[in-house]
Design a protein around this ligand. Structure first.
Ligand code: PMP
Length: 418
């Protein structure tokens, strides 16, 4: 075969070497098979070092001091915002608002935008696969505002069923808030098509990209969504920091969720005015080390390459899917064989409680999650109260999958239908 033809579009990273970037994976004795990255990912040394360097050399109050250290701190914080803006291709850096998490970012939009702009009787559409973080804030808006919460049902394969979501792109829809990737089924939703159809009717769309940003290339301008949220801790970054992307015109019409220091223009006894966006949404002392660690995580991921990361996770997930499919009595949820599926597999084995599966897995050094995964409406659709969930990152390897399969077989032997 022609040499040029057989070349991959990007040079393949040395995955084994990259795994060694994660101290917790190399330090653990006995070996740790970490298959819970959808809950929170592990951190590479580069991120740990960036945070440590920040505290050792550059730490100071952000936007609050005139001395050198405070200026360095403020510059590092704004540079981190720029890194995120570039990563998701925001048109303008001030479209990135630092929040504590994806959860806080959704609550900010629910309170500050939906709560101000939607009218009683209008519909807010979510899907049946939403994380509670993208469900409860809308439920509350509906309870207080008199808007209606509508739910896009799922078909038998765990895909969004638009046929039965009557009126979703109609004149009565005030907002669509939808996840890009399901944290239970791993389904990658056709978010581009949803936004395109919504745009035609001028319906604003919020994308919950907590399981997408850092796992695949996300381009907010190409997507043309109004809002998009994510958390650093699910993409090799630190806990306690996330972001809200909002189009400038949407953020301009959004009220702040938190009031306090740093978000004001002028404060009088009777009334006050807010600072420009994005400072308006960042009340209180900013999380400098979080922002610096977040930027370091993005740089680390970009050095590997988002295309390579996505391909690696797909390969691992499809190997895991094949391996688990061979286990008698194991039911996998959703359609993990589909190409629009990311690194998450949810399953049950025989009639063993998923917590028992997770306990036995833990004894094998395999970390998986069991429960409803903050998706109770989805559990109701699946007809179960909980599932076991294995989720994969590029730092996983074939041994992790073999250890998971062995753990499940042991669980079956100890507790299953024999
Ligand atoms: N949405 C989805 C799809 C998630 O998986 C999660 C986290 N499990 C969240 C939102 C909330 O993220 P965080 O807890 O970081 O706010």
């Amino acid at each position: 075969m022609d040499q040029a033809q057989s070349k991959p579009v990007f040079s393949l990273p040395d995955w084994r070497a990259l795994r060694n970037d994660f101290p917790v994976l190399t330090n653990s004795q006995p070996a740790l098979h970490y298959l819970d990255s959808a809950a929170s990912s592990q951190k590479p040394q580069a991120v740990i070092d960036a945070i440590s360097h920040c505290y050792s050399h550059n730490y100071g109050p952000v936007h609050r001091g005139l001395y050198a250290l405070a200026e360095v701190a403020s510059e590092a914080y704004e540079a981190a915002r720029q890194t995120i803006a570039n990563f998701v291709n925001a048109e303008n850096t001030n479209e990135i608002v630092f929040t504590r998490s994806a959860t806080e970012a959704i609550n900010l939009v629910a309170h500050g935008w939906a709560g101000q702009h939607l009218k009683p009787g209008e519909d807010i559409w979510v899907s049946q696969m939403e994380h509670h973080a993208n469900f409860l804030p809308w439920q509350r808006v509906c309870q207080t505002l008199g808007t209606r919460l509508r739910v896009i049902p799922l078909d038998e394969d765990g895909q969004l069923d638009f046929e039965t979501a009557e009126g979703i792109f109609g004149a009565n829809t005030g907002l669509i808030a939808i996840t890009q990737v399901s944290n239970v089924l791993g389904t990658i939703n056709p978010i581009e098509q949803i936004v395109r159809r919504a745009n035609r009717q001028s319906i604003p769309v919020l994308v919950d990209a907590a399981q997408a940003v850092g796992h695949m290339a996300v381009d907010v301008q190409a997507l043309n969504c109004d809002f998009l949220v994510a958390s650093a801790h699910k993409m090799c970054g630190p806990g306690g920091i996330g972001f809200l992307y909002g189009k400038q015109e949407r953020l301009a019409e959004t009220d702040p969720l938190l009031l306090g220091g740093g978000m004001v223009d002028e404060v009088d006894i009777d009334q006050s005015s807010w600072a420009e966006i994005p400072a308006r949404f960042e009340a209180g002392s900013p999380n400098l080390s979080g922002a610096v660690g977040f930027a370091a995580a993005i740089n680390y991921l970009q050095d590997i390459g988002m295309g390579a990361i996505e391909q690696r996770v797909q390969q691992l997930t499809s190997l895991a899917y094949q391996t688990l499919s061979e286990i008698d009595g194991l039911a996998l949820y959703g359609s993990p064989e589909s190409t629009s599926h990311s690194g998450i597999l949810s399953f049950n084995v025989d009639d063993i409680h998923p917590h028992d599966v997770a306990h036995i897995a833990a004894e094998h050094g395999v970390a998986i999650r069991a429960g409803h995964h903050c998706c109770q409406p989805l559990m109701q659709r699946l007809g179960v109260s909980s599932t076991a969930r294995a989720s994969f990152s590029f730092y996983n390897n074939e041994q992790d999958i073999a250890a998971l399969a062995k753990a499940i077989l042991d669980a079956k032997q100890i507790l299953g239908n024999r």
